[in-house]
Every structure is written in structure tokens, then in C-alpha cells.
Design a protein around this ligand. Structure first.
Ligand SMILES: *Cc1c(COP(=O)(O)O)cnc(C)c1O
Length: 230
């Protein structure tokens, strides 16, 4: 077994164990491999041992890698999205996890319409109210989610959160649980279904699964330490 194959298997086992602890079916949680900063060769290695969902956080970096990789890969965009990059992002990515305002949602809807597509999106929420982080505030989300739901060319799937990094499982679970409760309130407020919860990274994906994550975004646990921050 290669290093990549072993790491992927170990992560899949940890996902399955967390699902079983939570009384959930392991098929309910998808693994999104976050390949930002890692080269095409590493991504192909993960593809060759069965990984199909990958995420990038910068449009330019992604555009330099995606054409060299198999078309069977489904790409998700998880980084800050500038409006002038939206058309290029939609050309390469099936799904956007970082829709952080009604304004951006409206812009993506318009471009999606022009490109004759419907784009799956997660609404990013700044769940702990951190000044350094992007996202709807919980109040903004509740006030505008109905309008997002009416945009004809977007398919809102759920919420995405990046809570404060912590070694404390209880604290991590607190924020993930807040995200799930906010999702439930947003469904009522907006009159739409938001089944997805994009939450959990290398350091906290088990806590996220215990609180209902449906897709976990794992980078360094699969590819190794990043050489430079993003
Ligand atoms: C980089 C990144 C991740 C993955 O982080 P790891 O700690 O390496 O697993 C997940 N989500 C987002 C939004 C990221 O930018």
C-alpha cells in the first residue's frame, strides 16, 4: 500500500468510526480532498487510489492544475471568491462552498444563467462571529436565505462553516452543533431544504461528523503539511 493509499484508508476508517459513534451510516458523509498548494502529481496519486472529490481555494492555482487531471474529478471551490473571478470559477468547479453574501449569490446566479447551468452552493456562515473570517452572520443568513432560495440558477445545498481552531473536542462540537441548529432555523425562515453541512477539517472532522456534517474538507491529513499558508 502506498503512503497515499494508507492515508486515504485511515481517513475513511476514521470517518466510518465517527459515523458509527454517531449512529449514522458512513455513506452519509462525503470526503472532500483539499488539494490547495499540492502539486498535480499528488492529486493524481489520490485519484488513482479512488478519491474523486477535490477542492481548491484559489482560482488561478486551480486553473493551472485542473486541465492536467482526469475529467472524472469533481471540483469544489472553497476559497474567497472575487466577483471578477466568478465566471472562471464556474467553468472549472461543480460546486462552491464559499458563498458568503446575498450579493455574491445573486452574481453567481446571473453568471450561471448566462452559462446555462445551475450551480450547487453552500452558504458560508461566520458561526463564531470572528472578525477575521468571511461569511453571513447568523442574522443575515436568516434574513436573506429565502431570497437565495429563489435564485433560479443556484441550488443551495446547505451551510459551510470554519469554526475557531481548537484542540478541545467539546468546544469544536459546540460550534458544529450551532451550525446544525442554525441550518434548521434557516430552513424554516427561508422555506427551503438545506440538507448539507460542509464542516470539519483535518483537526476536527470527527467532531463535525458527530454533529451532523455531510461533507468534510480534509487537506493536510491526506496530503501532508502545506509548505506555505493560504
Ligand atoms: C485549507 C482548507 C481546508 C483543509 O484544511 P486542513 O486542516 O489541511 O485539513 C478546509 N477548508 C477550507 C475552507 C480550507 O481553506
Amino acid at each position: 500500500m502506498s503512503g497515499m493509499e494508507g492515508r486515504l484508508a485511515a481517513i475513511r476508517e476514521r470517518i466510518a468510526a465517527a459515523c458509527s459513534r454517531a449512529g449514522r451510516d458512513s455513506g452519509e458523509v462525503e470526503l472532500l480532498a483539499v488539494s490547495k498548494t499540492f502539486p498535480v502529481d499528488a492529486i493524481r496519486e489520490a485519484f488513482d487510489v479512488g478519491q474523486r472529490l477535490f477542492a481548491e481555494s484559489r482560482q488561478q492555482e486551480a486553473a493551472s492544475k485542473i486541465p492536467a487531471l482526469p475529467e472524472e474529478i469533481e471540483w469544489h471551490f472553497i476559497g474567497p471568491l472575487q466577483r471578477n473571478k466568478a465566471r472562471k470559477v464556474l467553468a472549472d468547479f461543480a460546486c462552491v462552498h464559499s458563498v458568503d453574501s446575498l450579493k455574491l449569490a445573486t452574481h453567481l446566479d446571473r453568471i450561471s444563467g448566462e452559462e446555462s447551468r445551475r450551480t450547487r452552493v453552500y452558504l458560508e456562515v461566520n458561526i463564531a462571529g470572528e472578525p477575521s473570517k468571511a461569511g453571513f452572520t447568523p442574522e443575515e443568513l436568516l434574513a436573506t436565505v429565502g431570497q437565495v432560495g429563489e435564485l433560479p440558477h443556484l441550488e443551495p445545498i446547505g451551510l459551510m462553516v470554519i469554526p475557531p481552531a481548537t484542540d478541545d473536542e467539546g468546544e469544536a462540537r459546540h460550534w458544529f452543533s450551532e451550525a446544525r441548529k442554525l441550518r434548521d432555523r434557516a430552513e424554516t425562515a427561508g422555506g427551503l431544504r438545506l440538507p448539507g453541512l460542509s464542516m470539519g477539517m483535518s483537526g476536527d472532522f470527527e467532531a463535525a461528523i458527530l454533529e451532523g456534517a455531510t461533507i468534510v474538507r480534509v487537506g493536510s491529513a491526506l496530503f501532508g503539511e502545506r509548505k506555505y499558508p493560504v
